[in-house]
Design a protein around this ligand. Structure first.
Ligand SMILES: [Zn+2]
Length: 195
């Protein structure tokens, strides 16, 4: 099902750099760091408030989702455990909920909280597709909702981090996991909180 509502694009300042949010009156379509951010220019700013760059939406429904998302992100970056008790911002309902990728994304968002990790293989089992690690990896690479669908918590079964944004933003994955309290040594989770 394709969403026929008007989608507005917003930019945010955040501790992990500029983020882009696409929202229709029904909810979020996407949330991601700016494309240009990569391992060679990633300079995280801990303590930076998440704020909107530019003007608010003229549509009250859209603006409500904008504020919900900013509120959720501020909780995530200031007191990460708090998001466990918060409602996720609304995701646009016009989605292909039955697809393999959707099932992987929502199983991950529902079951793997801050400070936890899961392997590609374990996540495949969670959606009743044991052995589909590669397809899970592809679903992670295609994740449209960065942080909200916590693909940074999906790591290799030996504890090594694996790729983020197809290998362009691996240092962001490292930063997010450390932000959530995990200890990363030589690109591996040293204190692995497996499920
Ligand atoms: Zn929509």
């Amino acid at each position: 099902m394709v969403c026929e509502k008007a989608v507005e694009v917003f930019s945010l300042i955040s501790p992990i750099g500029e983020m882009i949010m696409k929202i229709c009156p029904q909810g979020l379509h996407s949330l991601s760091q700016c494309d240009q951010i990569c391992d060679t220019n990633f300079h995280p700013q801990g303590g930076q408030d998440v704020v909107l760059i530019g003007k608010e939406s003229g549509n009250d429904n859209v603006q409500k989702h904008v504020e919900d998302c900013i509120g959720w992100l501020n909780a995530y970056f200031t007191d990460v455990r708090r998001v466990t008790y918060m409602h996720m911002p609304d995701i646009c309902v016009a989605r292909d909920m039955g697809s393999f990728q959707e099932r992987v994304w929502f199983a991950l968002a529902k079951n793997i909280g801050p400070g936890q990790t899961v392997s590609y293989g374990e996540l495949a089992k969670m959606v009743n597709s044991p052995g589909a690690s590669q397809a899970v990896g592809n679903a992670m690479a295609a994740n449209p909702l960065q942080i909200l669908v916590p693909c940074h918590r999906v790591i290799r079964s030996d504890g090594s981090l694996g790729q983020y944004a197809r290998g362009k933003k691996n240092s962001v994955k490292n930063w997010l996991l450390e932000h959530e309290g995990l200890n990363i040594v030589k690109n591996k989770v040293a204190t692995l909180k497996s499920i």
